[in-house]
Design a protein around this ligand. Structure first.
Ligand SMILES: [Zn+2]
Length: 576
């Protein structure tokens, strides 16, 4: 069943300035069902009443009957502030973001959630707080709002950027679940950067927005804040001195020598240990590459917005496919950079300009030490693979374990260390191998192994002894040719290790008593942290949400997973 749904174009303030409508209509793919809420198999909206804490009735689904598309009842007179509209638009934006990842030339497969259940719970008005977050434990994505004296309330659920950002956290958690428990600041920053870049990709999807912006900027995206600003309205409501929450158009760097300042007088040198700040160096680097990709085309063609869409697609393939190639466990920006290069090189062996730009930006911003740190081998023949039955390797845990044990050296698994084989991915992605030619489907087996590594808690950390981290290797095997398209092992030592020491000091809180919400498990003098990504709200620092609690036990609406629903209510009770 398909539905046609209203979805915010950007946010109310941006649309107003650009003279654009607030929303556009979005046609869903075939979903198993739509119910009031909206509720579908994969996403369910739960709208809590701020006064009573109960769940309000959701927007009513209008069955398509003989028509092609179903719809939801959103009374026109209520406008975008109406609850039905907000429920439906937020729901549509989540679906649209999921489809972006699932496209045949992106991941080319159906997403799964890290929490192991089919339904993501979406709370469009979770309470009053200048924030939004994804939380694996409660299967939920929670959007808050900001009330201001004498000014209209600003809703996160009316910001396409914020919803796309939070949905990306949920999606990435399903793709690379270890990042949720990682201690390496760059692992957490990767979550943030991917979330912000997802918001960017979503803005390229809107034809109306592309046209309006490119008309204004005469075909350039180099200095257009409409694409590079993340959540402008919400960012300004949080802090009237700021124009946005974050900007992708930046000169942020990890270079310790850098003394330059940005437009707000903030140093361009990012804080190595604060994931939001750190993420700007990575997303800035990748946005610069996107600007170069776009600028490499003639401007008369660019003004139509078609070039931006086409080049945006190449950019999408580069940054999203690489996520499947990430090694399991803790990852660094360098690991992600190598994954991008490997995925792109396997796809476009002759067309290396974009890869060169990536290398230059990663080095210029000190995301890696030098270009050699980004070296990857692609399309390598590994003889034993010629005789292996890939289908068995994909289906059987036992066969996969045997294979990994036999080829420890090739997979960089240290001798004598126990390891885990992850669920294999059998993916088929569309590749554009030659310009102008039709894309071809390439089937790959993605094989991941992980193991635990011990390392000392550096001097000055409030925890004694050693800590345990997870690292690993990803192998991407071309199903047809048996060539190894990528072999990537986490580079976890050196600066990454000392960054973890600093992160641990920070997480332990000012009193060193771990009251920052840090979740630590300890046994036999060996510790490890959990759920660090829960600190990744849409913006750093929050006083905690204000949300009403139900006086009576709320009842889950039809179609909503009851267990997850009660868990979420319990989480809301505890967090307020
Ligand atoms: Zn975030």
């Amino acid at each position: 069943m398909k539905a046609k749904l209203p979805m915010m174009l950007d946010d109310p303030q941006t649309s107003k300035y650009a003279g654009l409508p607030d929303f556009e209509m979005f046609e869903t793919r075939d979903e198993d069902f739509f119910l009031d809420g909206p509720v579908s198999r994969r996403v369910a909206v739960l709208d809590f009443d701020a006064a009573t804490g109960g769940v309000l009735p959701g927007a009513r689904f209008v069955d398509p009957g003989k028509r092609k598309f179903g719809s939801y009842d959103c009374p026109a007179e209520e406008g975008i502030l109406g609850r039905s509209f907000q429920q439906v638009s937020a729901f549509a934006t989540v679906l649209r973001t999921m489809y972006l990842y699932e496209e045949p030339d992106a991941l080319g497969r159906r997403l799964t959630w890290a929490f192991g259940a089919p339904q993501l719970l979406l709370v469009p008005r979770a309470g009053e707080d200048p924030n939004a977050f994804y939380e694996r434990e409660s299967h939920s994505l929670q959007l808050f709002y900001i009330t201001r004296p004498d000014k209209p309330t600003v809703y996160a659920c009316l910001s396409r950027d914020i919803i796309a950002h939070e949905t990306a956290h949920a999606i990435l958690d399903g793709i690379a679940p270890d990042l949720y428990n990682s201690l390496t600041p760059q692992s957490l920053a990767l979550h943030e950067a991917i979330a912000d870049l997802t918001a960017l990709l979503m803005s390229f999807r809107s034809g109306a927005l592309r046209k309006a912006v490119l008309k204004e900027t005469k075909g350039s995206i180099a200095d257009s804040s409409a694409f590079s600003m993340v959540a402008p309205e919400f960012g300004q409501a949080r802090d009237p001195g700021m124009r946005y929450l974050r900007s992708l158009l930046n000169q942020k760097t990890l270079n310790r020598e850098d003394k330059t300042l940005d437009e707000h007088g903030i140093p361009n040198r990012v804080n190595r240990f604060e994931p939001h700040s750190l993420s700007e160096a990575l997303s800035g680097a990748l946005y610069t590459v996107m600007v170069k990709i776009h600028g490499s085309l003639a401007t008369d063609y660019s003004a139509s917005g078609k070039a931006l869409f086409v080049r945006g697609e190449r950019f999408k393939r580069m940054i999203l496919r690489a996520l499947d190639y990430l090694p399991p466990g803790e990852v660094s920006f360098g690991d992600y950079g190598r994954a991008i290069l490997a995925a792109d090189q396997a796809a476009h062996p002759k067309d290396g300009q974009e890869r060169q730009w990536i290398c230059e930006e990663f080095v210029r911003r000190a995301l890696v030490e030098n270009e050699a740190a980004l070296a990857v081998e692609t399309n390598v023949r590994y003889k034993p693979l010629a005789k292996v039955d890939l289908q068995t390797l994909a289906d059987s845990d036992w066969a996969a374990y045997q294979f990994a044990d036999k080829h420890r050296e090739f997979l960089n698994i240290p001798a004598g260390v126990p390891f885990r084989v992850r669920p294999r991915l059998d993916t088929t992605k569309l590749y554009y191998r030659t310009r102008g030619a039709k894309p071809e489907p390439i089937r790959e087996l993605i094989f991941k192994v992980s193991w635990d590594q011990e390392e000392p808690n550096g001097t000055g950390t409030p925890f004694a002894g050693k800590r345990q981290i997870t690292i690993g290797t990803t192998l991407a095997i071309d199903w047809e040719t048996r060539l190894v398209r990528a072999r990537l092992t986490s580079q976890w030592q050196g600066e990454q290790q000392s960054d973890r020491d600093e992160m641990l000091k920070k997480l332990a809180g000012p009193l060193g008593d771990g009251r920052s919400g840090l979740h630590v498990e300890e046994s036999n003098g060996l510790m490890r942290v959990r759920s660090t990504a829960r600190m990744l709200h849409v913006a750093g620092g929050s006083s905690g949400p204000k949300q009403a609690q139900a006086s009576t036990r709320p009842i889950p609406p039809p179609g909503v997973d009851a267990g997850a629903f009660y868990d979420l209510c319990e989480h809301r009770r505890r967090s307020s």
